[in-house]
Design a binder for this molecule. Sequence first.
Ligand code: ASP
Length: 358
Amino acid sequence: MQVRRLPLFLIAFLTLAPVMARAASAQTAPTPPAEGGKAEIVLRRSDAADPAASARWAIAIHGGAGVIEKTMPEPEKREYVQSLEAALKIGRDVLAAGGTSLDAVEKVVRFLEDDPRFNAGKGAVFTHDGTHELDAAIMDGRDLSCGSVAGLKTVRNPVSLARLVMERSEHVFFVGDGAERFADQMKVERVDQKYFFTQRRHDQWQEALQKERQGSGDASPDRKRGTVGAAALDVHGNLAAATSTGGMTNKRFGRLGDVPIIGAGTYANNRTAAISATGWGEKFIRHTVAHDISALMEYGGLTLQQAADRVIHGKLDKGDGGIVAVARDGSIALVFNSEGMFRGAADAGGRFEVRIWE
Ligand code: ASP
């Protein structure tokens, strides 16, 4: 029996193989995640067969959006550009070497957290009470697993703690003291609040307090500027996003922004895109900005650029902020409705650019 069935099987295989190969090479979507569990990383046939396709990767990064004066002194501008370029190179090197999008976004965000120019990690803004409280999130587009931390006071690199929440806990979101206890368990690097101090952020806080006393509200231009984030697609077809922030200058006790709220400031889904936002957090929460962009793509069939334009220009108000995002096809969107956004983009096609204004 066995002997007689073998040739039949071979005939069927030989007939079907070319059809299956064609179908596989036409497939552009990553393998959908398995129901209820972590998806396998599957190298698509099209990737394996086509060296150009297998080299496809893309990354977009930001260092905050808001009123960024065009009169910024040249040396300062150069420093920002150099820092963003260095961050972008870190992401590019991970992705070009076949690394994962998760590693790329975490490394980029860690680097920017350590840079005192940006409002995340060292250089974080001051709260109303003169402290620093940090929020961060990371998301894996393969299976929607994610990790968030908020209200951290002593963790040097919040994005890495967020990743540990995602990978080493049963939960998604830790806040305040609980998040710090989790940090203890994970033995991540802790620092004194003084570590986050920068004179510039201190002065902005004092200015905000003074404006408040004079009754001129939240007019400080630097309030909505300096959050960091990244979105990436790797050669395995997987998307990831990460964002980290000190929040907004003069924020009140226990205030959380959009950054650690999955779907508001951070989101990644292999079916659509990876998105990291920056701007006035309360507005991004109300409009669930990052998920809205993904939903417009998934249910409405919009491209990433169309979806991002619709939400950033159509739903938010001018000056609220922006997003950086990478779609599953490797396209990049850098969209903002504020005067400027520190941002950068790189891909396998040789794109490598950093910009602040238009
Ligand atoms: N979105 C951040 C927050 O509201 C601030 C920013 O992006 O500058 O916490």
